[in-house]
Design a protein around this ligand. Structure first.
Ligand SMILES: *Cc1c(COP(=O)(O)O)cnc(C)c1O
Length: 373
């Protein structure tokens, strides 16, 4: 048995470029010192470019869920009527978090292989004028569905509800356009499309969301974004940040800017289309239609998916992800986000076609997509 190189093909965390991981080896600096104070605001303004927003971005040390909890704890008072759009595991996480903060939780359930239907959201809001917050997921990693945040934002019409978006596995893989789309709150994290190690979450709030936050009565301390706001003016965070994650993130954002954000998004679409063409050439059934398919992760139906994944992990060191919730054991998911290229998709497809004894089929189909671009 030989030693494998880690070959992560999961929807986060993702591999990290060596330029980025080298940042993690830098000496520790004072988070209240001059170097950090100079660097931190620059990283936040790079993030604003990615969010496509003029709104302030708060950085929290924690995983993506810490950013989600920061959103809920700063926006939900006991009894606040909220609507959660649930079409997968992470949509359900919004509903669970809102329940934990004692919101009056309404949910609209969508099939776990399809995008959120904006018309249903529109009808629900028309019947429920009291709803104050709508929570949704842009890229539902558990099902590999990309939801149309712009359509949901517009479906609100002149309804009062603020729209809160989990963009953890979307930001950096597909356009965010926070301001143009009228998104009120956007949450993301370092370890997905931003090709940085896990440990940092970000949250951006519109002016309306910031005003709303002022009157929220829930208990909060570590996640109290008013504290983050006060320290932001000094170029600091209220509590010790994940300093090295900030260094690493800056490097990753510079790499993405150098590639060009449009090119980054086009690369993700190309990888998606190659992956889907290859899977189809192997007669595998995709969980999601072309119209709703995620650019950052692909879900493939397969009986005994977990045993199949285990064989592939043991033979080749390639890690695919399993199914979550109702899809546990029924699908496997191939991540193609962040530090990933068409070559990574070709190698994913190569191990699939070897295991399925359909040599040549998937790689050839994907190569046709690649050369046609
Ligand atoms: C990864 C992910 C999260 C956050 O998960 P953590 O493990 O807390 O970082 C949230 N939402 C989506 C859609 C995700 O893909």
């Amino acid at each position: 048995m030989y030693r494998f190189k880690p070959e992560l093909r999961i929807p986060g965390p993702v591999p990290v470029p060596s330029e980025v991981s080298l940042q993690m080896a830098k000496p520790v600096i004072n988070h209240r010192g001059a170097v950090f104070k100079e660097k931190f605001p620059k990283v936040l303004s790079r993030l604003q470019g990615l969010f496509e927003t003029k709104n302030p971005i708060y950085m929290i040390t924690g995983s993506g869920t810490s950013g989600m909890e920061a959103a809920v704890s700063n926006l939900v008072s006991p009894g606040t009527p909220v609507l959660c759009l649930v079409g997968g595991f992470f949509g359900k996480r919004w509903a669970d978090l809102c329940a934990a903060y004692k919101a009056e939780v309404h949910t609209l359930e969508f099939p776990w292989d399809r995008a959120v239907d904006p018309d249903q959201v529109k009808d629900f809001l028309a019947d429920h004028p009291q709803i104050e917050l709508v929570f949704m997921v842009q890229n539902e990693s558990s099902t590999a569905v990309l939801n149309d945040v712009e359509a949901v934002s517009q479906a609100r019409g002149d309804h009062q509800a603020l729209l809160v978006v989990d963009a953890v596995s979307a930001l950096g893989g597909t356009p965010c356009q926070m301001d143009a789309r009228g998104l009120d709150v956007v949450v993301s994290a370092s370890q997905k499309c931003l090709m940085t190690p896990p440990g940092t979450a970000f949250i951006a709030l519109s002016e309306r969301a910031r005003a709303y936050m002022e009157k929220v009565e829930s208990s909060r301390y570590y996640f109290d974004l008013r504290k983050y706001e006060q320290f932001m003016d000094k170029g600091e965070t209220p509590f010790t940040p994940n300093i090295h994650n900030v260094f690493a993130l800056e490097e990753a954002l510079m790499m993405m800017e150098a590639e060009g954000l449009d090119n980054v998004y086009a690369r993700h679409m190309l990888m998606r289309d190659m992956m889907r063409a290859g899977a189809r050439a192997l007669d595998l059934e995709l969980l999601v239609s072309d119209a709703d398919a995620s650019p950052t992760v692909t879900a493939v139906k397969l009986p005994q998916a977990d045993e199949f994944r285990q064989r592939i992990r043991e033979k080749y060191g390639v890690e695919f992800a399993g199914g979550q919730g109702i899809h546990a054991g029924q699908i496997f998911r191939v991540g193609h986000m962040g530090y990933a290229t068409p070559l990574d998709v070709l190698t994913s497809l190569a191990v699939l076609e070897i295991e399925l004894k359909k040599l040549g089929k998937a790689v050839e189909a994907a190569e046709r997509v690649l050369t046609a671009r």
